[in-house]
Design a protein around this ligand. Structure first.
Ligand code: TMP
Ligand code: ZN
Length: 403
């Protein structure tokens, strides 16, 4: 199900240093129902490359196991709607309207939005067979495949020429980065803009968002590492934009070396400010350990007082945190989530059931651990009544806070 990873994905260095270890964990999005098989567990450990500053997991889990029946659905939340508006705006500013290929298009939500705003034609590539009917319903054609040379060529055939390639939260899931870039190179021209959005390692380390470390995220990207990788290709960074979603992300726009526009000053600014070292990672590991202990103690104390505790948001992050804290159904009796596909299933590795969000008010637990902390303001606005009736949200990161 997984294999060991020992050579830096960006620069080929074989002297990688272990910096963060979460033991052995279930696959974070492997939500299964009663009687269904679990995919299993794998080590969850980060290795750091001192040459290019890339953080990367010590194992690579078989993508077929991770993504063929994928229960992560692009959020329809307000927060994400605003984010998509910002993305569209930034793409239009940089290169204007045009045809779009999205790699990892999930249920087609972003492409449907871009289409409605005049971009297009659009086409998506995604391996999740279960999500392609949803994309069709939104008017988005999906090639059901991982992003390989055949899928790339098929997409180009449909689009004619590819003006914009979007890869949101997919690049750091990929093991073979050079292969990924070469496949993009094959279908792009001098003016194609490649927009890669990833969680920014600097944000994750600074805000100690340790629950974003899970098997799908094989890399924790710095711009220095990306620069090292791109030095072996025909592409360069054109522009870097930071966004507040998912705890802090960057979109890096890439263009071919022969693109006529000069790279934007944001590239040098961000690269020169970036300081990610073994020490930064080790400090992060210590803080993460303290955060996990603080949450574990807090929840156990509530349980001992006879207070009820649930989880809010069955995100992949919730699996990481629940496993690291050793919570079972005795501590966290259920988790609410808005994703219909997750209802009736269990948090991976536990028997904690996932229920609809309406259960928050129906069962009115005293405390709800908010595992979807990246939507904090939206959730607090939506659940004023729960708070008024004496309910509390526990936010586990950046430090434990009870509202
Ligand atoms: P994400 O952080 O990876 O987008 O996952 C967030 C999870 O939380 C996802 O399963 C949807 C869920 N969620 C809720 O249950 N209620 C909410 O109000 C929001 C915003 C998300
Ligand atoms: Zn490296």
């Amino acid at each position: 199900m997984y294999r060991n990873h020992t050579l830096c994905r960006a620069c080929n260095n074989d002297q990688l240093i272990p910096v963060f270890d979460l033991g052995v964990q279930p696959l974070a999005n492997n939500f299964v129902g009663a009687g269904e098989d679990h995919a299993g567990h794998a080590p969850l450990k980060v290795l750091f490359c001192p040459e290019c500053s890339l953080g990367q997991l010590s194992v690579v889990v078989d993508p077929q196991v991770l993504y063929s029946n994928y229960l992560y659905v692009t959020s329809q939340s307000e927060t994400m709607k605003h984010h998509f508006e910002a993305l569209l705006n930034d793409i239009i500013i940089e290169r204007g309207p045009g045809t779009v290929l999205e790699i990892g298009s999930n249920d087609g939500t972003l492409l449907a939005y871009l289409k409605s705003k005049g971009m297009g034609p659009v086409v998506g590539i995604d391996p999740a067979e279960n999500l392609s009917p949803d994309a069709s319903k939104q008017g988005v054609q999906t090639i059901i495949s991982t992003f390989d040379s055949t899928a790339a060529a098929d997409a180009k055939k449909i689009l004619g020429k590819v003006d914009v390639v979007i890869a949101r939260h997919v690049f750091c899931h990929v093991d073979d980065w050079l292969g990924f870039i070469y496949n993009i190179e094959d279908i792009s021209n001098r003016d194609t803009t490649i927009c890669i959005e990833v969680p920014y390692c600097v944000d994750m380390l600074q805000k100690c968002e340790w629950d974003t470390v899970y098997h799908e995220h094989t890399s924790y990207l710095t711009l220095k590492a990306l620069k090292a990788l791109l030095s072996k290709t025909r592409f360069r960074m054109q522009k870097v934009i930071r966004y507040p979603v998912h705890g802090g992300t960057i979109m890096v726009m890439l263009n071919r070396m022969d693109y006529l526009k000069e790279p934007h000053r944001s590239v040098d600014t961000f690269v020169s400010k970036e300081e990610v070292t073994v020490e930064t990672w080790k400090a992060f590991a210590t803080t993460a350990q303290n955060q996990a202990k603080a949450l574990t103690h807090y929840v156990w104390e509530l349980n001992e007082k006879g207070l009820t505790v649930c989880g809010f948001g069955a995100s992949a992050k919730s699996t990481v945190m629940i496993t690291a804290c050793g919570f079972t159904k005795d501590q966290i009796s259920f988790i609410t989530d808005t994703t219909p596909q997750k209802h009736g299933k269990f948090t991976p590795g536990t028997s904690i059931p996932i229920v609809t969000e309406s259960e928050l008010m129906a069962l009115r637990p005293d405390y709800a651990v908010c595992f979807a902390w990246n939507y904090r303001e939206e959730i607090l606005r939506k659940h004023q009544q729960y708070l008024k009736e004496g309910g509390h949200f526990i936010f586990p990161v950046p430090e434990l806070q009870v509202v």
